[in-house]
Design a protein around this ligand. Sequence first.
Ligand SMILES: *Cc1c(COP(=O)(O)O)cnc(C)c1O
Length: 444
Amino acid sequence: MGADQAGRYEAFTLKTMDRIRQLEGLSERRRLAMRAVAQVLPFRTNRYVTDELIDWDNIPDDPIFQLTFPQPGMLDPDDLARMMLLLRQSAPMMELRRAANEIRLKLNPHPAGQMEHNVPRLDGVPLPGLQHKYRDTVLFFPSRGQTCHAYCTYCFRWAQFVGMDELKFAQRETESFHRYLRRHDEVSDVLFTGGDPLIMRAWHLRAYIEPLLAPRMEHIRHIRIGTKALAFWPRKFVTDKDADTLLRLFEQVVASGRHLALMAHFTHPREMETPMVERAIERIRSTGAMIRTQAPLVRHVNDSPAAWASMWRRQVRLGCVPYYMFVERDTGPKGYFAVPLAEAHDIFRRAFSTVSGLARTVRGPSMSATPGKVVVHGIQQVRGEKVFILSFLRGRKQEWAGRPFFARYDESATWLDELKPAFDEDHFFFEQDTPPRRRQVGWE
Ligand SMILES: *Cc1c(COP(=O)(O)O)cnc(C)c1O
């Protein structure tokens, strides 16, 4: 993103903060609370989101409003009261900043392991813009793709957007990324992530992707781009200046024989209903790229079977492939957005049972936890004990995938590290050779 574009975003965000001040239908107290939250957690939206997605007659309950605007429940009541008081007193900027930083530090901004784990080395030097956890797949965080068209309130990467993480993931050196891949022919999949890589101009993105199509990169078979652009800025593929260049790049990847997948983040069915997103999907599909869809299950936004069933149906109708339903990670304002595993499974199952087999390509609810991606398959009575049936979709060790295991049922557990093994066993099978269960969040 160029400086001019960044400037426009900031200007728009400030204006939107003014808009919060004027929002009719919300009490003055609530508006102040929203501004207080926005001092602590990042906030960015854009005109497409405010004009085409949010139903302003239904605020504050509107799911897209919950998804993009700061909500009072995101902060602990004491912290919220403190920030509100400072705003009410028109406290100096320095004081606001100091308070905001103190509160941020309590919100798990640097979840264990997010920075250090799975960062590969090249000739002994760590490559901080890469993550290589599973043998065949490398995640790449291009430095130019570390922001987004609008921010999701529940995002686990929020610390980088308020400047706390100093973009340690950022990979300035494209060359080392490509060199690493040339040396690792066990890697078949490259996943571009962020932020949102499609915040980048197409010509910047091309500089990262084109070398993957060159000789000595034949082992790279699958290229994925994780993006929220289809939901938050579909004009990227239709009317933006670089839209056609972007589509030509997709065609070029497909023509090279690679599988190109946009991992499109759709959180709510409304994101799929505008004429613009339909055109964008059509144009992307015409290049031969696949669109696969994923999102976390989030309280106040999409915590109902109807929302998911409707999303999956519409995705199939528009030619997209439902891929993952994620469990929301533990970071920042988790208390406001979390859905317990038992309820998540129930929502998944009820939605899954009503859709065509064509939509049942979706897996979930899935936790991207330290030992691997773990899916909750069901809740059952086994030998008189109520248990969760789980398995790895992906394990830190390849052979863990597909092996079922059991945890004691816990109605309120929201993450793998809160679960205990069933049947009085003292550890899960995968714990013998991983560090003890600990809180973890990032892209591990
Ligand atoms: C989910 C994930 C992948 C991709 O796994 P697939 O099973 O191919 O979807 C790769 N790396 C990490 C760290 C992941 O969490």
